[in-house]
Ligand binder design. Structure first.
Ligand code: ZN
Length: 87
């Protein structure tokens, strides 16, 4: 009878230990900061974006190739607008 109890205690400690280790791993994964982006590393562009939710438009004059996701508006990524040069 006592043997089974001890087994339960050991299993509980092991289970608790693994849950604790897993939690630490998840916290470390979540707290890892995103890779550093050099704010000087920009490329000059002339790209228009339109918000598909409210219709707002903006023109990007410079983009960083390391962080080339489209800007967000109304919590949605804006869609690029291509305007052929009229010259
Ligand atoms: Zn918007």
């Amino acid at each position: 009878m006592t043997g089974i109890l001890w087994l339960d205690v050991i299993l509980a400690i092991l289970l608790g230990y693994f849950i604790w280790r897993a939690s630490i791993a998840v916290i470390q994964m979540l707290s890892t900061p995103p890779p550093e982006v050099d704010p000087e590393n920009v490329v000059e562009v002339d790209q228009d974006y339109k918000c598909s939710v409210c219709g707002a438009e903006l023109t990007m004059k410079a983009v960083n190739p390391e962080e080339d996701k489209p800007p967000k508006h109304c919590r949605e990524e804006m869609v690029p607008v291509w305007r052929p040069q009229t010259s």
